[in-house]
Design a protein around this ligand. Sequence first.
Ligand code: EPU
Length: 288
Amino acid sequence: RTGAKVERLPLARYTTLGVGGESEVWFVSTHEQLAEAMEQPYRILGGGSNLVISDEGVPERVIRLSGPFAERDLEPDPTLSGDTEIVTGWVGGGVPLPGLVRALQKLGLSNLEGTVGIPGQVGGSVWMNAGTRFGEMFDGLHTIEIATPDGVKQVTPADLNWGYRNSGIPRNHIVTRVRLKLKRGTPGEVQARMDAADHARKGQPKNKTPGCAFKNPTLPGGQKVSAGLLIDQAGLKGTRVGNAMIAPEHANFIVNLGGATAADVHALLEVIREKVGVPMELEYELWP
Ligand code: EPU
């Protein structure tokens, strides 16, 4: 044994929706521990946003990055950095994104401020290229370290087939650390761009939620349209199944009114698929 801490825990407390049964959680803080955890079927749990976990939990090991995988070194690497563009040291996949974005603003380092307000951890955010229309994770990545069943490798964005809400990284691969590629600016400039992105979230629900349920679909004419707008136009705001509801504030959010079950959320997703005529790709990850 490599010494990973293993515990059976209710997963609800690790998700922003607040739903999910008991499972075996592996807290890994070294590559050796991670490799051992990956020897049997596993799932990776980051910040627990964007995720709907079954009330029965999952049979697989649930891996959570901790220790050094949750630390960040934002010092510019002198061998890779120039006057205007810098490359940082390693930032762990288990680092919470909101704290990272705040720290970069204080340092006057730009490129990731468009992701302000996104919950979750760096690993999951990179894996799905989380973002808003003000910016996304791939705006600020230099190197990505990925644990795969065949070992650890380092890639650059150019090696990946990434795009909108998609990194091209396979599902069973784990983003363990990244180096950030950032532009030097001033805290004030970065803050101003953060304010714009922040403002766009003002109308979003305050309840427990995994975030936006569907990716914004591209219409046959090639135009991207808000999934929230489509669900709203279908008249579904405020629709309730059990204690889950389509948010009255923004129709692409499903919220937990308290005591919602995964089954409630699945039923609401089904209602949306049925009533909205346009095919939309789910943004939530469903376990199982
Ligand atoms: N709209 C409605 N009704 C609704 C929702 C939206 O009419 O119920 C309209 C808005 O009034 C606006 C337009 O649709 O004119 C676009 O809405 P919004 O600005 O909220 O942008 P979005 O495309 O719906 C995206 C991201 C959000 C992110 C916001 C703000 C996706 C799927 N969604 O939403 O991200 O917070 O921009 O930057 O990309 C997430 O990914 O989890 C998420 C919530």
